[in-house]
Design a protein around this ligand. Structure first.
Ligand code: A3P
Length: 264
């Protein structure tokens, strides 16, 4: 990262979406964009998702963000220690989305293997080992969570889970609106839900990465909108892998309150 990047200035109006990869980032971007325009889908249907909420850590995203005026949306997968210097004193609104790490493993393996510039694993078994070692894009899931969780009680930090979003999308969207200080009429809320549904996003070429096919991603081997459910790990991980994971999870997560994490 350049000096200029490290000196990036956040403003109090910025909204920064933070996730460990494959935790529901794009779903949240779609929801945020729809909330901003009170449910009107014009923006999400005309501008690629990576331009609506640029990636802070990419050259392309950074270039857009540094010159952008007014309230900005931005996305990042960065562990906390890699944030630009101004982050620690900024009042930027942070939305941190977490997801059952076993689903993150499955989603990650099936996704990265079709992404250019990322070495895909040959099997779920291999990816599972890499994940436990933190030898995957953005490093250890456990470290990511431990880095960000101490912020969870700050007023400019909203912690949400993919599971909660799936269980009750309407209430989750209302919670996000409250956090952002926005109010939506019932019809606008309905439109947010309808236009950010899995199927709507799968069909939206501005959000489904078909514009990047053959450039950054190979949609013959992967997809951004794969299944969109909770608990798919049961169809992909062996019983032994699940047990190994649970044991490591218990040990590594014992310092954090288990009620923060709504998965079994
Ligand atoms: P699966 O691979 O389990 O299907 P990210 O955006 O962080 O890369 O996360 C991708 C995961 O979010 C994928 O999970 C994808 O299908 C899921 N997802 C994307 N949009 C969704 C939506 N509207 N509803 C539910 N899940 C969604």
């Amino acid at each position: 990262m350049t000096e200029e990047w490290h000196n990036f200035l956040f403003t109090d109006e910025d909204v920064l979406l933070l996730t460990y990869p494959k935790s529901g980032t794009h779903w949240m971007v779609e929801i945020l964009c729809l909330i901003r325009f009170k449910g009107d889908p014009k923006w999400i249907q005309s501008v690629p998702i990576w331009d609506r909420s640029p990636w802070l850590e990419t050259n392309k995203g950074f270039k857009v963000l540094k010159d952008q005026k007014g309230p900005r949306f931005m996305s990042s997968h960065l562990p906390i220690q890699f944030m630009p210097k101004s982050f620690s004193n900024a009042k930027v609104k942070v939305i941190y989305v977490i997801r059952n790490p076993k689903d993150v493993i499955v989603s990650g393996h099936l996704f990265w293997k079709g992404v250019k510039y990322v070495q895909g694993a040959e099997s779920m078994e291999q990816y599972f080992d890499w994940f436990l070692q933190g030898n995957v894009p953005y490093g250890s899931w456990f470290d990511h969570i431990h880095g960000w969780m101490p912020r969870r009680d700050q007023e400019n930090f909203l912690l949400l889970s993919y599971e909660e979003l799936k269980r009750d999308t309407r209430s989750s969207v209302q919670k996000i609106c409250q956090f952002l200080g926005m109010e939506l009429r019932p019809e606008a809320l309905d439109s947010v839900l309808e236009n950010s549904s899995f199927q709507a996003m799968k069909d939206n070429k501005m959000s489904n990465y078909s514009l990047m096919d053959g450039i950054a991603i190979d949609l013959k081997t992967t997809t951004m909108m794969r299944k969109g459910v909770c608990g798919d790990w049961k169809n992909h991980l062996t019983v032994a892998q699940a047990e190994t994971f649970d044991e490591i999870y218990q040990e590594k997560m014992k310092d954090l309150p288990s009620e923060l994490f709504p998965w079994e």
